[in-house]
Design a protein around this ligand. Sequence first.
Ligand code: FNR
Length: 170
Amino acid sequence: MSLLILAGSSRQASLNGKLQKRIAEVAERDGRACYVYPAAELDAPIYNGDYEDENGVPSNIQKLATAISEATKIVIVTPEYNSSVPPLLKNAIDWTTRLEQNPWVGKNVLLAGASPGRIGAMRAMTHLMVIMAAIKSYVAPMFLSCAQASDDTIASFDAEQIKGFLKQGD
Ligand code: FNR
């Protein structure tokens, strides 16, 4: 099985980028092949039907869709902006659903998130769950939430919980 790990912040010191790598570390130790997808590769013009009519779907989004299609399982690590999903991630997801084939259909997806706050991106994950259900992926009934996130809490974050998700269907 191959695990695609997406993160929704391209900020250099991103806590979610660090959580993305921490999850990969645990999954690789569990013998899983991981694709830690660079968040900068999600960057696309804000979706606009006129842009799409003139230019089609951006090539980096087509590559993202291929990575989604090829993955056996997917983890999405989302930051929380004003209690919801940040635009980088939402926009990339919206674009992927403009392709002839929606790559998310039937995909097993686990949601994760880190924030320095006490709720640890839970509200963003709740919104993301609704979005993922709308695009027909199967969302695991568990969130990997890293609250009061910092370099230290992420380094010691109990990502072992991910092993149950990885085992399903083995
Ligand atoms: C935030 N942040 C934030 N945190 C949180 O726990 N709940 C929230 O609703 C928000 N809202 C919010 C809005 C905006 C516009 C910004 C820029 C930030 C703080 C956020 O969790 C923090 O900046 C994280 O460090 C962002 O994730 P990365 O970039 O570190 O991965």
